[in-house]
Design a protein around this ligand. Structure first.
Ligand code: HEM
Length: 142
């Protein structure tokens, strides 16, 4: 696969992994995990139709890692913490999200290990940043 190449210094992660298909496939694997996780899935406004959620996450990641700015062109500034405020994200939700994303990264066969490490470090940091609730207290508050 194209993304088996290691990065040279001037190259973006987006280029090193071969562009958009990598992120679309990553997001497909991630959401397959979410769809099989009833507690996490229950947080999603449209659990039966994750098409927009997939598109937005894939476009966001493409933009974040150096690809086209399609996400902000259609959605505006990411403001991810604000956009996640409607959802109750405590440590359990953070960990569930990260578990599925870690599995999705691990599912990228031939992915360069240094790039996998960068992706995982970023997801870890970003998920922690989106925590907006204390542990416990059950379901989302909406
Ligand atoms: C920490 C646990 C997280 C939970 C429980 C969570 C949950 C959600 C939910 C329920 C949505 C709404 C989907 C929809 O409207 O159909 C959403 C949207 C989104 N999430 Fe997360 N998320 C988490 C972490 C993250 C992280 C770490 C990122 C980025 C690295 C991320 C990126 C996004 C993006 C880009 C959107 C779409 C925003 C928009 O344009 O409306 N999320 N998330």
């Amino acid at each position: 696969m194209a993304y088996s190449a290691t990065m040279d210094t001037a190259e973006t992660v987006y280029e090193a992994v071969g562009g958009e298909p990598f992120f679309n496939e990553l997001v497909e694997r991630f959401y397959a995990g979410v769809a099989a996780d009833p507690e996490l899935l229950a947080m999603y406004p449209k659990p039966d139709d994750l098409a927009d959620a997939k598109k937005h996450l894939a476009q966001f990641l493409v933009q974040y890692w150096g690809g086209p700015t399609t996400y902000s062109d259609s959605r505006g500034h990411p403001r991810l913490r604000m956009r996640h405020m409607p959802f109750r994200i405590g440590p359990a939700e953070r960990d569930a999200w990260l578990r599925h994303m870690t599995a999705a990264v691990a599912g990228a066969v031939d992915l360069d290990r240094a790039i996998a490490g960068r992706l995982l470090d970023y997801f870890d940091m970003a998920a922690q940043h989106l925590v907006n609730a204390e542990p416990g207290a059950g379901q989302q508050t909406g």
